[in-house]
Design a protein around this ligand. Structure first.
Ligand code: UGA
Length: 453
């Protein structure tokens, strides 16, 4: 079993790996600059909402194999592996802010013991060439005799399923200039039984960006198809099923709706486009993926405005605030733009989310937070479904019809059974769900078609 330090150990990725590696039997010290989070973590309280995380945290603390500290002199010297899990946020031009990585690399370099070999594992999503940068910073700061290798080891965790993804990875990608270092890191993951790809460092770093960019592209693709479906009378759910049955395409990440948010896809697609630009290239597909994604939010507000004959003075219930279900994370959430668009057109917004309301109340003081979906719907002219929480599909729409002022449900995630809604006397509109079989005759005769939204 190995001695491991996790730098950035109270963050999303760092905390996941700290608890998981302790569970696998390693001795883990998680280092973080946030003293309040470190104190809470040592008490067994997770600052992050993630299924199963707090339980694993408590088990790790109880086993004596996991602890948290703010003291780098305590955490770093003598560890065989140091995982870099610090934040790599985006600057406004899409470039990655590397300040935390640089400062962590210097902190690590200064504390490596002479006559010892340490492997630094880059987990944070960092631009191509970052392992070289970290190697250089370490070399500039290590004392004589300390030996260090840097391995690029991107993570593929989904929020809300992070622990599942850590314990059941599809693949482990390791980029190294030193095969032995890559094999030592592979040995840490051996109990998980996943295929391991050992490659050069830049290719490993690129795998992460390309994976996220491809998934984001799939989402923007189906959203563009959804718009065409809606205009021409086809049903995007059927189309997604029809194309997803082809194993070359696959059924996942073909849910049309309000597109992607979160801390990863928008940031990583933007960063990849920025890197391509900086290399003198023209990343037009990546730019289109981002454009389509943001357009969805504007179009959704426009659809509400059209359907209600104006938004000024209307009361709108927004169901769902988090960027996806099973998380309280609001970063880049479509809800923020949708609500912003509603408010600036004069609507009164009442929102409900099972997990994200405390955070949302601080960000959006003009929005009233409701105790449940029914309270949000009370007196509303329309309900807009923005996040696909399962709870919304189980709502009693007869009761909803009784409390609303209007009768419109705009389902931005195609979550509901339209018949359950219309059966309660309400109007339903999903995304890309045109009248099946109704190809406008204008198309057939070659006349111009005007989009219906
Ligand atoms: C994503 C990737 O899925 C992970 O593999 C990766 O490790 C992670 O980013 C990261 O870079 O750290 P995450 O952002 O947690 O994970 O969320 P996803 O489940 O991928 O969903 C992203 C967004 O796409 C959500 O807003 C979701 O609602 C949306 N989405 C997803 C769709 O609109 N349609 C779909 O078919 C699927």
């Amino acid at each position: 079993m190995s001695a491991i330090c996790i730098v950035g150990g109270s963050g999303y990725v760092g905390l996941g790996y700290a608890t998981a590696l302790a569970e696998l039997g390693h001795e883990v010290v998680a280092l973080d600059v946030a003293a309040d989070r470190v104190a809470a973590l040592n008490e067994g309280h997770s600052p992050i909402f993630e299924p199963g995380l707090e339980e694993l945290l408590r088990r790790g603390l109880g086993s004596g194999r996991l602890r948290f500290t703010t003291d780098a002199d305590d955490a770093i010297p003598g560890r065989a592996f140091v995982f870099l899990c610090v934040g790599t946020p985006a600057l406004s031009n899409g470039e990655t802010d590397m300040r935390q990585v640089r400062s962590a690399a210097i902190t690590i370099g200064q504390r490596l013991r002479p006559n010892q070999r340490t492997i630094v594992v880059n987990k944070s999503t960092m631009p191509i060439g970052s392992a070289d940068l970290v190697t250089q910073l370490l070399a500039e700061h290590v004392r004589d005799g300390a030996e260090v290798a840097v391995v690029a080891n991107p993570e593929f965790l989904r929020e809300g399923a992070a622990l599942h993804d850590i314990f059941h990875p599809d693949r482990i990608v390791l980029g190294a200039s030193d095969r032995q270092a890559a094999e030592a890191v592979a040995a840490l993951y051996a109990p998980l039984g996943a295929p391991v790809l050992i490659t050069d460092r830049r290719s490993a770093e690129m795998v992460k960006y390309a994976a996220n960019a491809f998934l984001a592209t799939k989402i923007s693709f189906i959203n563009e198809v959804a718009q065409v479906c809606e205009a021409l009378g086809a049903d995007v759910l059927t189309v997604a099923e029809g194309i997803g049955a082809d194993p070359r395409i696959g059924p996942r990440f073909l849910q049309a709706g309000l597109g992607f948010g979160g801390s990863c896809f928008p940031k990583d697609v933007g960063a990849l486009a920025h890197m391509a630009d900086a290399a003198g290239l023209h990343p037009q597909l990546l730019r289109a993926v981002l454009d389509i994604n943001l357009d969805l939010r504007r179009r959704f507000v426009a659809k509400a405005e059209r359907s209600l004959d104006g938004l000024d003075g209307r009361t709108i219930a927004v169901w769902g605030l988090a960027f996806k279900e099973d998380t309280d994370d609001l970063r880049e959430s479509p809800a923020l733009d949708v609500i912003g668009g509603l408010l600036e057109r004069g609507a009164v917004v009442r929102a409900y989310d099972p997990a994200a309301m405390a955070k949302a109340a601080r960000l959006m003081p003009a929005v009233t937070m409701a105790a449940d979906p029914y309270a949000a719907a009370g007196g509303a002219d329309a309900i807009l479904i923005v996040t696909p929480w399962k709870e919304f599909a189980g709502v009693d729409f007869g009761r909803i019809a009784g409390v609303m002022r209007g009768d419109l449900i705009l389902d931005g995630r195609n979550l509901l059974d339209p018949e359950a809604v219309t059966g309660a006397g309400l109007r339903y509109a999903g995304v890309g769900r045109g009248r099946t079989g109704a190809v406008p005759s204008a198309i057939l005769s070659g006349a111009p078609v005007v989009s219906r939204d």
